[in-house]
Design a protein around this ligand. Structure first.
Ligand code: HEM
Length: 546
């Protein structure tokens, strides 16, 4: 009886705290309590070990059952979110969201189905809400938001001094650390990256020329390109993917474990626990080592007289100069280096692959782009970034691709402030983890004309008619935490698309319908794409600008 009452009291006492952060301690305390109880019973009641341990097990079981029953009743009937619709199981535990994420590894589809069934506000966990209202976007992510990052962001480390800039939950700390990153993406820095990005894309085009006429898995090759660009611009290093035509071992390691990330990020406390158990994150070890080594090399080769030539050097500069924006610990610097690779590569690669898919599916749009490029550049030797930047149709294609297929299909969560927020006429209580289903809201026919169609013109000549500026579009998010690499992404994508379209006619390979590709993207935080086989045919003399 006492154990049951304690279970309920324990539940009530943890209401006000973020208990997920203490799960590791709590779970570790269970076996310790078991041993302590057993010892106490054995010595005070003079019984033998088997009997004492059975008594200890019964007491702990009653305690846990009472705790779980109390939590379940509260979550089902009395929780401040109880009036919001959603699947019954998701009211009880985030395990249901993890189940949905694991089912087909396409959580974005599951979420779309939930919104279709339950409406704009769906309870996806005990204190989780998915919200499909444009007016929620500035309230949750805008510059004046009072929402904060959540336990999700503590998944690698709950100590803000030891995690990547993007995972810091303290807004002041984030703002300071973001400055070091912003320097690495300034207009001046981007100007230095421009010719180096072009060099990588030139190599990509040469490789495509060598494979001309044969099916090429563009998912894979876009990945090689994006990782090599990040190697060059991020670390001043050649990752050698394009040259070898094979993925760098560091990249293979991280991709192998992306599925697990997609599922476990639904239960960030579990990721946090795994991270705390020595050896449990072994699968990531080679990638972690790889990133750590890159940073150590940067620090060793640091020359205070030279202007940093890559993003990692800007972070190292901040450390060396003890700037307020510096990652405060080695762990933080290492975690930044992992984010640098992951955030910059998979996202850009997926966008390029999706864009090429759409251009193959819409040959008239491909020809239109080629024509505009031909008009702008009479001779490819005259290619400059400034010139192709003026071909705004490239951006229209990129923006439309990011509308239909944002590489981050859902936003990361934010916690509502204690006093809650009001979205349209709906009050969302405080301490709730809210997300926006980005992919879904960017395809919502209430805000987008021809919502499911690929219409790059909605970003150009039809912008007003199609009311593009009024519709929700947030592939890079917005506000203080928006993508710091957005301009680099456009630089890479504009350069790649322009050079590919100037050199090749691109089509689906004979055996490729594109169906498995477009329906099969896996939701592993960043989308992981199935193979897409395309054929690159050198453009006929006269039509080509080469
Ligand atoms: C098409 C390409 C890209 C897309 C769609 C994209 C999207 C995003 C999104 C949605 C976020 C916000 C994540 C969140 O907090 O929920 C983000 C943040 C971030 N992105 Fe990108 N990204 C792209 C390319 C890049 C590139 C090339 C880099 C270069 C390294 C980069 C680096 C980052 C970093 C460091 C953050 C964290 C910013 C912060 O927390 O202040 N991204 N990105």
């Amino acid at each position: 009886m006492t154990a049951a009452v304690l279970g309920v009291i324990f539940h009530i006492s943890i209401q006000g705290i973020e208990f997920e952060r203490h799960m590791y301690t709590f779970l570790a305390a269970l076996p310790i309590s078991f041993v302590a109880f057993t010892y106490t019973f054995q010595t005070t009641e003079a019984i033998h070990l088997g009997e004492a341990s059975a008594q200890a097990a019964i007491i702990l079981t009653i305690f846990l059952l009472a705790l779980l029953t109390s939590m379940s009743i509260y979550r089902l009937f009395f929780h401040r979110l109880h009036s919001f619709p959603g699947p019954h199981f998701s009211r009880l535990s985030r395990i249901y969201a993890a189940y949905l994420a694991a089912k087909n590894m396409q959580f974005y589809r599951e979420l779309a189905a939930l919104h279709f069934k339950h409406g704009d506000f769906v309870r996806t966990g005990p204190r989780e809400l998915s919200i499909m209202r444009p007016s929620a976007i500035p309230l949750i992510f805008g510059p004046n938001t009072r929402c904060r990052k959540t336990t999700w962001h503590s998944q690698t480390n709950s100590n803000g001094d030891k995690c990547a800039m993007t995972m810091t939950r303290d807004p002041v700390q984030h703002r300071l650390r973001r400055r070091a990153w912003d320097r690495g993406f300034s207009m001046r820095a981007l100007g230095m990256y421009e010719p180096r990005v072009k060099e990588k894309v030139d190599m990509f085009v040469r490789k495509l020329s060598e494979m001309a006429g044969d099916p090429v898995d563009v998912t894979e090759w876009s990945m090689f390109l994006a990782f090599d660009i990040m190697g060059e611009v991020g670390f001043g290093k050649d990752f050698g993917n394009l040259a070898s035509g094979a993925a760098h071992p560091g990249i293979q390691a991280i991709h192998k474990h992306m599925n697990m990330m997609g599922i476990l990020s639904m239960m960030p406390w579990l990721l946090n626990i795994l991270g705390s158990i020595p050896g449990a994150a072994k699968g990531f070890a080679s990638f972690f080592d790889f990133c750590g080594t890159q940073m150590e090399e940067k620090a060793r080769g640091w020359d205070p007289q030279k202007e940093p030539g890559d993003i990692a050097s800007w972070l190292v500069k901040a450390v060396m100069e003890k700037d307020v924006s510096a990652p405060p610990t080695k762990e933080a610097l290492d975690d930044d280096s992992r984010i640098l690779i992951i955030a910059g590569s998979d996202t850009t690669a997926a966008t390029l692959t999706f864009a090429l898919y759409f251009l193959c599916k819409h040959p008239a749009k491909q020809q239109k782009l080629q024509q505009l490029l031909d008009d702008a550049i009479s001779d490819q030797k005259l290619w400059t970034y400034e010139t192709i930047k003026s071909v705004s149709y490239i951006d229209d294609i990129i923006n439309e691709t990011l509308r239909l297929c944002p590489p981050l299909a859902n936003s990361s969560p934010r916690e509502t402030p204690a006093q809650g927020i009001v979205i349209d006429d709906v009050y969302i209580p405080g301490g709730i983890n809210v997300i926006i289903p980005v992919r879904q809201i960017q395809r919502d026919p209430r805000y987008w004309t021809k919502a499911e169609d690929f219409v790059p013109e909605r970003w150009g000549e039809q912008r007003q008619d199609m009311k593009t500026d009024d519709a929700p579009w947030l592939p890079f998010l917005l506000g203080a935490h928006s993508c710091v690499g957005k301009n680099l992404a456009y630089l890479s994508l504009r350069t790649s698309l322009s050079l590919i379209m100037l050199n090749f006619d691109v089509g689906l390979a004979l055996e490729e319908s594109g169906r498995d590709f477009i329906n099969g993207a896996l939701d592993t935080v960043v989308l992981m794409l199935p193979p897409l086989r395309l054929v690159f045919t050198p453009r006929a003399p006269g039509t080509t600008a080469v």
